[in-house]
Design a protein around this ligand. Structure first.
Ligand SMILES: Cc1cc2nc3c(=O)[nH]c(=O)nc-3n(C[C@H](O)[C@H](O)[C@H](O)COP(=O)(O)O)c2cc1C
Length: 337
């Protein structure tokens, strides 16, 4: 665990909110729940975005959706809630619920999700086909709450449409957006190909508010390189943080000193155990099922990882899952020691 002191070289301000450093956790549906965000923050991440929550469900105070906004505020100093939907009224009401019931500090709007179910309902990335509606959504939310409103975009719906985000973003700022995150892949590209950081650079030159870059950051050196060379005020890390929350501390070390250390086996085990216990605290014994996939992240590179994963997946008790992992790590430490 480490502190999140601010870095003098890249201070980011979102409305009145000043995250302590420029390394953020990207929202990931099905992943960035409270335990995931907590671990990222404890390892130095300055701002972690929730999984996307349905604006319509939240507007009706849907119990399951409210649960998605669970947070322990002593740890998560800045609660950034992401909403998806398409109705300005629902978005405004949902933002109010997020601020008033969950204490959200920032409301982030999802204008980029490529999932078929989301697109076919006209939500997420489908909104990029209707720039005026995007403006109305930002305007409705920024008029409804005092919290800063941010937007997470892709460059456009499809390559044929071109990077419409470059025209749209200044209009979203006019409508009240306090920061823009760009994941530079077209919606129809989903996760294919490579993130085109030249589009992030172009966006950073176009808008007056902070731009946050997201896409294909796999290690701390790359995170710092992108931060220093693409005009962004912060970078988001998504997939590379799965089972590697220490990547945030490594990014901070890399920014401050130009180098970082690999995590130790002890740290890996300690983090996996904390992940499991946080999840168990939150959802009870059924955490054992989610842990079948989560603990697999922490087995990467261990000897006999494939057999270990198979055993973890068959286990029906969290304690047993953890002792399987711990025995393998202990054995490896003995070999290394
Ligand atoms: C499993 C998964 C779920 C995601 N869910 C969301 C989401 O709910 N909202 C969002 O704005 N982006 C979502 N994303 C996109 C990420 O926030 C991020 O922009 C993208 O993965 C690129 O960054 P990365 O290469 O660091 O993962 C998701 C990505 C993944 C892999």
């Amino acid at each position: 665990m480490c502190s999140t002191e601010s870095s003098s070289s890249a201070v980011v301000k979102i409305g009145a909110i000043e995250p302590a450093n420029p390394f953020f956790l990207a929202p990931m549906a099905g992943l960035t729940d409270w335990p995931y965000r907590c671990l990222a923050i404890e390892h130095g991440c300055a701002l972690a975005v929730t999984e996307m929550a349905s604006a319509t469900a939240l507007a009706h105070c849907g119990k399951q959706t409210l649960k998605m906004l669970y947070s322990v505020r002593e740890i998560e100093k800045i609660l950034c809630v992401q909403l998806f939907g398409k109705d300005p009224g629902a978005f405004a009401l949902a933002a109010k619920v997020a601020v008033e019931h969950a204490g959200a500090d920032i409301i982030d709007l999802n204008f980029g999700c490529p999932a078929r179910k989301v697109i076919s309902s006209g939500h997420g990335g489908a909104l990029l086909k209707d720039p005026q509606l995007c403006q109305r959504l930002v305007s409705a939310v920024s008029g409804a709450v005092d919290a800063p409103v941010t937007v997470k975009l892709r460059p456009g719906f499809s390559r044929q449409d071109g990077p419409i985000a470059l025209d749209l973003a200044p209009k979203l700022v006019e409508a009240g957006a306090a920061a823009i995150t760009l994941h530079p892949r077209y919606v129809t590209d989903r996760f294919g190909g490579q993130a085109d950081w030249s589009l992030i650079e172009a966006l950073a030159e176009t808008v007056s508010v902070p731009v946050i870059g997201s896409g294909d950051i796999t290690d701390p050196k790359e995170a710092v390189f992108r931060l220093k060379t693409s005009g962004v005020k912060a970078v988001m890390i998504g997939r590379a943080s799965r089972g590697r929350p220490w990547i945030f501390k490594q990014c901070l070390d890399e920014l401050r000193t130009g180098s970082h250390q690999s995590e130790s086996l002890e740290e890996r085990l300690r983090t996996a155990v904390r992940h499991a216990r946080l999840l168990e605290e939150q959802i009870g014994p059924k955490a054992v099922f989610r842990l079948r996939s989560i603990l697999i992240w922490y087995t990467l590179g261990l000897p006999g990882a494939a057999a270990l994963r198979a055993k973890i997946c068959r286990e029906e008790s969290i304690d047993n899952q953890l002792s399987l992992l711990s025995r393998t790590i202990e054995d490896m430490r003995k070999i290394e020691g």
